[in-house]
Design a protein around this ligand. Structure first.
Ligand SMILES: Cc1ncc(COP(=O)(O)O)c(C=O)c1O
Length: 458
């Protein structure tokens, strides 16, 4: 009998060549490979990753309806920036901007931009603050050489990035142990005629709470009347912009407040769209500095752009519109209330274990549970995060808070649309078991902690 092993031919017939061979990782491949092999190579790499359904670190959408997935799959070949070629897509973007402006109580006709996420929206919003401040300074015949921006230590890292990338002095109000958001009393001392704006957060990355936006607005109104300095307020509603209107409709944080001039929101977080889609919405057209809008005609028609990226996909814009019309206010409210109800059950179960302290569970909060160990049981939050990942594949991050609350370590579990009651019950049991295991064996090795824990997610 001849040998039955026939190299590449058998691999093509019965499996794929990477069952036994190393995959290409460094050199640009001289020749390619069959499509099936390439597909399996990528798929097998990804099989080693975490399961997005158990990723409770991320705010970003991990599930969409099959109909939305179909829209996405059917429109991956459409470049969003080709407005001349795809005018209906551009119109759908404008519809989304108008609907979000309506949701955020814009007083009249306004404008905005579709972005890759909140980070791009914040860069563009920050630039507009800077440009408008320069115009105000020029009108007053004053120097515009040292702009500053005021925000709390509870902001996402993107605000510090904006300041460094675009040469603005960050005036960061430190947090304190037990105080993880900011209010007017924190902001007052930092404001002067070089302040391009104040950034406040609706739904912080760390604990899911909101800054005292109404209080900061009142302070800025007072400063405008008493000192003649008109400081705009930008609300970073990356997560909260799709939560507060539905869970806390009477809580004013948006354009109902006089000084709120611009808002960013991530469509790919509680807007329930896959990454990446974000939105920047201005209160009025005049809040967008005209100088930042560029006009070109090389795609077939004179067109204006206000973006950092140029080419990008249309699919997520279409998916956002799908969600807005598919769910409407009633649908978003239903989904947000489900998440909130399940977050509350998880919080109650953790509290009942007697080992945890919940962070601000009785305040307005994103649908999540922020918690910490109430006592020293021989292990810490980093150990628990590691044990949960190792035992059950749950990704629940542990992280320290920003200065001056850096000695506080917390954990945070996002409760998203796919986190059913059954998942909540299972997670609570798994946390209890992980605690029992850790109580017996003690904390994880220091090295393991450093390798696994990466921060609060995004
Ligand atoms: C409050 C806040 N702002 C900004 C961002 C950045 O948003 P994106 O990931 O959409 O760029 C995040 C991400 O988690 C966030 O939580």
């Amino acid at each position: 009998m001849t040998s039955t092993f026939n190299g590449n031919e058998d691999a093509a017939l019965y499996g794929n060549r990477f069952a036994t061979r190393e995959v290409p990782t460094r050199e640009f491949p001289a020749r390619g490979m069959p499509a099936l092999d390439a597909m399996r190579l990528v798929g097998e790499d990804l099989a080693l990753e975490g399961d997005p359904a158990r990723n409770l670190a991320t705010f970003v959408t991990t599930w969409m309806e099959p109909e939305a997935q179909r829209i996405i799959a059917e429109n991956l070949h459409r470049n969003f920036i080709d407005h001349a070629e795809y005018p209906r897509t551009a119109e759908i973007e404008q519809r989304c901007i108008r609907m979000l402006a309506d949701l955020f109580h814009a007083p009249g006709e306004t404008t905005g931009a579709r972005t890759q996420g909140s980070s791009e929206a914040i860069m563009l919003g920050g630039l507009s603050l800077k440009w408008n401040w320069r115009t105000r300074r020029a009108a007053a015949g004053a120097s515009a050489s040292s702009p500053n921006l005021v925000f709390g230590g509870d902001v996402h890292v993107v605000w510090e990035k904006f300041c460094r990338y675009f040469d603005v002095e960050p005036r960061i109000v430190p947090l304190q142990p037990g105080k993880y958001t900011i209010g007017p009393e924190d902001v007052r001392a930092h404001i002067d005629e070089n302040t391009i704006g104040v950034a406040a957060v609706l739904g912080t990355t760390f604990t899911g709470h909101k800054d005292d936006i109404a209080g900061i607005n009142d302070l800025l109104v007072r400063i405008k009347h008493e000192r003649g300095i008109d400081v705009p307020l930008h609300v970073d509603a990356a997560s909260g912009g799709f939560v507060w209107p539905f869970l806390y409709p009477d809580s004013a944080w948006d354009f109902r407040l006089e000084q709120v001039r611009s808002i960013n929101v991530s469509g790919h977080k509680f807007g329930l769209v896959y990454p990446g889609i974000g939105w920047l919405i201005f209160r009025e057209k005049a809040d967008l500095a005209e100088d930042l809008v560029f006009t070109e005609n090389y795609l077939g028609k004179t067109d204006s752009t206000f973006t950092l990226n140029f080419s990008t996909g249309s699919a997520m814009v279409l998916a956002q519109y799908y969600n807005l019309v598919r769910y409407g206010r009633a649908g978003y409210t239903y989904i947000m209330k489900n998440m909130q109800a399940n977050a509350r059950v998880l919080g109650e179960k953790l509290a009942a274990m007697g080992q945890f302290e919940l962070i601000g569970a009785d305040e307005e909060q994103l649908p999540l549970v922020a918690f910490r160990l109430a006592a020293d049981n021989g292990f810490d939050e980093f150990d628990l995060a590691w044990q949960l990942a190792a035992e059950r594949g749950w990704m629940v991050p542990a992280y320290t808070l920003p200065p001056d609350a850096q000695q506080v370590t917390i954990m945070r579990a996002l409760v998203k649309e796919t986190m059913s009651r059954e998942h909540v019950d299972t997670l609570a049991r798994d946390i209890a078991e992980a605690c029992a295991t850790l109580a017996k064996k003690g904390g994880a090795h220091e090295l393991e902690r450093n390798r696994i824990i990466t921060g609060p997610g995004h």
